[in-house]
Design a protein around this ligand. Structure first.
Ligand code: OGA
Ligand code: MN
Length: 316
């Protein structure tokens, strides 16, 4: 379908985006999503079906049993779906922790996390066990381990125990965020570099006196604010408020204001999809291309998740 054209002489009200003054607020269609949405709708798959979820992000894949040792061509197609949809979901996969690890390993080596507790038998599985006593802090937009020199390529998150209601996870397409910025902002941020720091989030878990030792092992890192995805070649905004500490070369005040303004763009719901978990659900996200947010609306109910984290490469 051709893109709808708007006469230069007369734009009907609300057929375009409008600024709501005096706030930094806009309403109206995000027309830049159209091309990617139509591209995704036209994709076909040999080994599974894919039902798209958000405009440009998320698809539920059906027809695969992840407990099996899948052939290489199936794994390659799953990887392609991950690149296209940015996050993919599977239902009714009742994997053992060992099968979970084995599936994730097909996509690369796995990391161990220095701060978050792990599964007792599998150090490569981070375990998020929420209860009346453990509330958690994943309810903010972030990409995982952006404080590493080589942040992870992706994560495979498995629901072990879900609360009676709530506990959804939301994902945001950071290509769409970048492409939705105005030209001047894109030109401004293209050359910028940000410092990322785990202490902003994990500070509470670091024992007094331990930070210096940790800084030797995990020093502050710098990553481009706009990265080029190593597999798709597309540019995206790679900045999050959980770990993004400051922009190199800006004053603290300017830096905080810019990071805040940019990261608020991930809160635009048209860039997102939202996943409701059930036992046996799995989410596999491209951690280079998306940010995520685990809704913390179920306390004091229990919610137990395990995550395998696939090693990535240095953003450029
Ligand atoms: C994560 C995370 C998501 C969730 O696994 O990295 O942020 O839904 N949690 O628990
Ligand atoms: Mn996370």
């Amino acid at each position: 379908m051709a893109a709808p054209t708007t006469s230069p002489k007369y734009a009907p009200p609300f057929a375009r985006r409008v600024q709501i003054l005096p706030y930094d607020l806009e309403a109206g269609p995000l027309s830049h999503l159209q091309a990617e949405r139509e591209r995704l709708a036209g994709l076909t798959w040999e080994h599974f079906d894919a039902a798209p979820m958000g405009a440009t992000i998320g698809a539920e894949l059906s027809g695969l049993d992840l407990a099996r040792d899948l052939p290489d061509d199936v794994i390659a197609e799953v990887r392609q779906a991950l690149l296209d949809f940015k996050v993919i979901f599977f239902r009714n996969q009742h994997l053992t922790p060992a099968q979970h690890v084995a599936f994730a390993r097909r996509f690369g080596d796995l990391e161990e996390h220095p701060f978050i507790p792990a599964n007792e038998d599998h150090p490569e599985l981070v375990r998020f066990e929420k209860s009346p006593d453990v509330g958690g802090y994943e309810n903010g937009w972030h990409s995982d381990v952006s404080w590493r020199v080589e942040p992870s390529m992706g994560s495979v998150l498995r629901a072990v125990e879900v609360p009676p209601s709530g506990g959804d996870t939301l994902f945001c397409d950071m290509y769409a965020v970048y492409e939705g910025l105005d030209d001047a902002t894109r030109a401004q941020i293209d050359p910028l570099v940000a410092v990322h720091d785990y202490a902003q989030v994990f500070g509470a878990l670091i024992k007094p006196g331990q930070l210096e030792e940790l800084r030797e092992k995990y020093p502050l890192v710098e990553h481009p604010v706009v990265r080029t995805h190593p597999e798709t070649g597309r540019k995206l905004m790679y900045l999050n408020r959980f770990f993004g500490r400051r922009i190199v070369g800006l004053s603290d005040e300017e830096s905080t204001a810019l990071i805040d303004r940019l990261c608020r763009r991930a809160e635009i719901v048209e860039y997102q999809c939202r996943f409701q978990w059930a036992p046996g659900s799995i989410a596999f996200w491209d951690n280079r291309a998306v940010q995520h947010y685990a809704s913390s609306d179920y306390w004091p109910a229990r919610r137990v998740m395990e995550r395998a984290t696939i090693v990535g490469d240095r953003p450029h």
